[in-house]
Design a protein around this ligand. Structure first.
Ligand code: DGP
Length: 114
C-alpha cells in the first residue's frame, strides 16, 4: 500500500529498529514506547486491522502471533510476562491502519485496560 506508514517501514523506506523478522512478519521498536519493552509486530502483507482480518490468510495471522511469542523470548519477557494489544478503529485509538500487535513488558503493567 503506497501511503501506508508501516508498509514503508517494512520496505525500509522509513528507518526502524528491527527486533525480528521472517517471511511473513516484521517486528520493530515503537517510536513512542509506553513500557521498557514496546515492540510492534506487523504482517508484511497489508491488512488494515482486526475489523477486516478476513482479508488476511490464516498462515499470516498465525505467524503474527508466533512472532509475538518470539519477540517476548528475544526481549526476555517470557518469565516475567507481557501484554499484547491490537487497537482497532476510532474507539480503539488505532492511529495506523496496518494491523499491528503491541508487545509491552519489562515492568508491572496496570490492570486497567482503558
Ligand atoms: P496504534 O495507536 O495502536 O495504531 O499504534 C501505532 C503505534 O505506531 C504507536 O504506538 C506509535 C507507533 N509509530 C507511529 N509512527 C511510527 C514510526 O514512524 N516508527 C515507529 N517505529 N513507530 C511508529
Amino acid at each position: 500500500m503506497e501511503n501506508c506508514l508501516f508498509c514503508k517501514i517494512i520496505k525500509g523506506d522509513i528507518p526502524s529498529t528491527c527486533v525480528y523478522q521472517d517471511e511473513k512478519t516484521y517486528a520493530f521498536r515503537d517510536i513512542a514506547p509506553m513500557a521498557p519493552t514496546h515492540v510492534l509486530v506487523v504482517p508484511k502483507a497489508h491488512c488494515e486491522g482486526i475489523d477486516v482480518i478476513d482479508a488476511l490468510d490464516d498462515a499470516t495471522l498465525a505467524a503474527c502471533l508466533r512472532t509475538v511469542r518470539k519477540v517476548a523470548e528475544l526481549e526476555g519477557l517470557t518469565e516475567s510476562g507481557f501484554r499484547t494489544v491490537s487497537n482497532c478503529g476510532k474507539d480503539g485509538c488505532q492511529s495506523v491502519r496496518h494491523l499491528h500487535f503491541h508487545v509491552l513488558g519489562g515492568k508491572q503493567l496496570s490492570e486497567r485496560m482503558d
